[in-house]
Design a protein around this ligand. Structure first.
Ligand code: C2E
Ligand code: MG
Ligand code: MG
Ligand code: MG
Length: 275
């Protein structure tokens, strides 16, 4: 009996695997179509500059309006795009649409776009970005590229060369989710970054413990020491905002400032810090 159920188990496992492979292939096909047939959407989250008290930039965040499955979030398809090589087509779509939208409708703002780690080793990236800037008409000074620390680990020389070529266009680089990766602090100096975005896991406990406050204070100090702009991510309360103001953080982003929304709906006014 035991043997039999073992075999059944294996058969089920096998079927399950087969089903997953088929599903994956279908998703890959669907994603390819989505990029070509305009099923991707962009929402924008505002970034508030604490010094000028203005919304200085927006971050473009991609969504997939799937015909059957509804609205999909990036964690439901970005990994697939990365594994199947569709990521550069997806990024080109995001880059072009974000740059064009902001050039047209928000001439006073910068826009930041997330790109995947592997793309920083793509020798064609500088050319791709140059083309997008040209086609969209966005001045290069208003484009920022967000990458996570993991982008820096695999081929440092190649990565540096690609980054330098993109920087030569006038585009800026930000380290996303700062503090969560494995990259050591010396990467701050080795690569030409313009700013860091402190991960929201450091911001959420900010007003709860002295230790959390100390950590964020040190991160801000570190950024300043390297002449980097410092943005705090995931700011959800006015308390967090006013603490970050006290710590001389440069900019904040999060649900308290604004949720990611289609461009026409983003608020261009920011909340006041103390009630
Ligand atoms: P990220 O770049 O760190 O983006 C911030 C994520 O945190 C967004 O989730 C945003 O909706 C969420 N968020 C913002 N403020 C708050 C807050 O106050 N509280 C909480 N709890 N969450 C907040 P989203 O849109 O699901 O994006 C997740 C990740 O997907 C992004 O993280 C980014 O790494 C990736 N991603 C998004 N768009 C693209 C893209 O076009 N290309 C690539 N390669 N990756 C993308
Ligand atoms: Mg980001
Ligand atoms: Mg982030
Ligand atoms: Mg993230």
């Amino acid at each position: 009996k035991a043997k039999n159920s073992g075999r059944n188990h294996w058969i089920f496992f096998h079927r399950d695997m087969e089903e997953k492979i088929v599903q994956r292939r279908e998703m890959e096909h669907a994603l390819r179509e989505a990029i070509q047939e305009d099923q991707l959407r962009l929402v924008y989250q505002t970034r508030y500059d604490l010094l000028t008290a203005r919304i200085s930039a927006v971050e473009a965040l991609v969504r997939w309006q799937h015909p059957r499955l509804g609205l999909l979030m990036p964690d439901q398809f970005i990994p697939l795009a990365e594994e199947t090589g569709l990521i550069s087509a997806l990024s080109d779509w995001v880059l072009f649409n974000a740059c064009r939208d902001i050039a047209r409708y928000r001439p006073e703002m910068a826009v930041s776009v997330n790109i995947s780690a592997t793309e920083l080793q793509d020798g064609a990236l500088p050319e791709r970005i140059a083309r997008v800037l040209q086609l969209s008409g966005l001045p290069s000074q208003r484009l920022e590229i967000e990458v996570t620390e993991s982008a820096l680990l695999s081929d440092p020389e190649k990565t540096l060369a690609v980054m330098q070529a993109v920087k030569a266009l006038g585009v800026k680089f930000l380290i996303d989710d700062f503090g969560t990766g494995y990259a050591s602090l010396c990467y701050l100096r080795a690569f030409p970054f313009d700013g860091i975005k402190i991960d929201r896991s450091f911001i959420s406990p900010l007003t709860e413990s002295q230790q959390a406050r100390q950590v964020v204070e040190n991160m801000i100090g570190l950024g300043k020491a390297y002449a980097l702009s410092v943005t705090a991510e995931g700011v959800e309360t006015p308390m967090q905002m006013s603490q970050l103001q006290d710590l001389a953080c440069d900019a904040i982003q999060g649900y308290y400032i604004g949720r990611p929304l289609p461009l026409p709906q983003i608020s261009t006014t920011a909340p006041v810090s103390e009630a």
